[in-house]
Design a protein around this ligand. Structure first.
Ligand SMILES: *Cc1c(COP(=O)(O)O)cnc(C)c1O
Length: 430
């Protein structure tokens, strides 16, 4: 089917609205601080965030300092490598809603999840169960399975995978609370996502944490899709532990250093087991090469190795952006941008007579920027059409399109162009 006068009108109207919203957007100019891939409408900042313009210069500076100073760069470089991770602390604390001592940049996400589970999933007696959400990101599920095996437990018995009600896509908080209460003193640890990668659902981390603590379990979150996407208050919510990667909404570059959070109330606990390394040792005495491990009080005490400087530089550049913009302002734009996408999808569905189902909760307090959309009756052809027109989105079989309009660098006009291309694709594919 060809586009007719009706959809031309819709497209013109959406584009006009988008340009007006961009004009009124106080964050619009931040887009210029990122490299937008040429000719693309980029909606996969939930997978790999775009490159901050300042990153290249900072990486060049590290290479220069290494060239100039060799090993002395640990102390003499512009951003001394010996405490490089500390330079990311302020930014990460802001992202996580944490005290500086509660966060650290180290390792990569799945590694951090394992290290934190070692400390906070401590099955003992009848308290042996670990709870995750059904359909969790595979790496998290593999981590959970292998942690159970590490303790000699049978995942078939001790892994709880909490699922939505039949016919529903997302979890109800009251159902999570009820399942935690039901597990009771058999539950050792609850480790869910903050924002679910597939559905885009934002969980009520405070209520879930409270429920887990009420039965004596620990509670932590994988914030891969939450960090830099939604405001977090991990300290006030009393979350025990959390981890996240730096390369999705945080724009730190592929495979960059990840983040970890350990609540202050655990910092003085000598009983807390951890897998230790020299970088977690008392920082003043680290180079005394002492045989006994004395952990830094705080998340930094979970570090094993010295900081991967070149894997932290772009993240450092990016965190400066977050500090300057602030999570509240970002969230405000995000709500408007995703709301515009949501309304536009409904208009396109109406104009084309197609069924576009949004899996992500309609309640904005239960989601971040991502919408996961099923284009019923369509397949890969629709997605390939959109890709050929410059849309960069994520496709999951059977027909789920994950779209993340990122408030730091996506414009309302990006969304209008996406909707125009989607509409054309739906018509061409029917
Ligand atoms: C992206 C993502 C990962 C990726 O893990 P890495 O260790 O960074 O490769 C893991 N878990 C979740 C929930 C994710 O979204």
């Amino acid at each position: 089917m060809q586009s007719g006068p009706h959809n031309d009108l819709l497209n013109a109207d959406l584009l006009r609205q988008a340009r007006q919203l961009d004009n009124e957007d106080p964050l619009a100019s931040w887009r210029e601080q990122f490299h937008i891939p040429t000719g693309s409408y980029y909606f996969t900042g939930n997978s790999l965030g775009l490159q901050p313009v300042g990153a290249e210069q900072m990486i060049v500076e590290e290479l220069e300092d290494w060239r100039k100073f060799g090993v002395e760069g640990h102390f003499k470089s512009r951003r001394p490598w010996v405490n490089y991770h500390e330079q990311l602390t302020e930014g990460l604390a802001l992202i996580a809603g944490a005290q500086p001592s509660e966060v650290v940049a180290m390792n990569t996400l799945t590694v951090n999840l394992h290290l934190l589970l070692i400390s906070f999933f401590r099955p003992a007696g009848k308290r042996t169960q670990l709870m995750i959400e059904k359909g969790a990101f595979p790496s998290d599920r593999y981590a959970a399975l292998s942690q159970l095996q590490l303790h000699g437990l049978d995942p078939a018995v001790d892994l709880i995978e909490i699922a939505p009600r039949p016919g529903e896509h997302t979890l109800r908080t009251e159902d999570i609370e009820a399942r935690i209460a039901e597990a009771g003193d058999r539950l050792a640890c609850c480790a869910l996502s903050g924002v679910q990668y597939y559905t885009g659902q934002l969980f009520d981390m405070q209520r879930i944490t409270t429920a887990a603590h009420a039965v004596g379990a620990t509670c932590g979150f994988d914030l891969a899709h939450a960090a830099g996407n939604v405001p977090l208050q991990l300290h006030d919510w009393n979350v025990d532990f959390a981890c996240w990667c730096g390369y999705k909404y945080l724009n730190g570059g592929p495979g960059c250093a990840a983040g970890a959070f350990v609540h202050a109330r655990h910092h003085g606990d000598p009983e807390l087991l951890r897998l230790a390394g020299w970088w977690g040792h008392n920082a003043e005495r680290r180079f005394k090469m002492e045989p006994e491990f004395e952990p830094i009080a705080g998340a930094a005490g979970w570090q094993m190795s010295n900081a991967p400087v070149l894997n932290m530089t772009a993240l450092l550049a990016s965190l400066e952006t977050f500090k300057a913009v602030g999570m509240d302002a970002l969230r405000e734009k995000s709500l408007a941008l995703t709301g515009f996408l949501e309304r536009g999808l409904a208009q396109v569905a109406e104009a084309t007579g197609e069924h576009l189902e949004v899996l992500t909760p309609a309640d904005p307090t239960q989601r971040g920027c991502q919408l996961s959309v099923i284009a019923h009756g369509h397949g890969r052809r629709l997605f390939d059409h959109m890709t050929s027109k410059g849309v960069v989105a994520d496709w999951r079989e059977p027909a789920v399109i994950r779209l993340a309009p990122v408030p730091l660098y996506n414009s309302f006009e990006d969304v209008a162009h996406f909707l125009r291309i989607l509409e054309g694709g739906l018509r061409a594919d029917s």
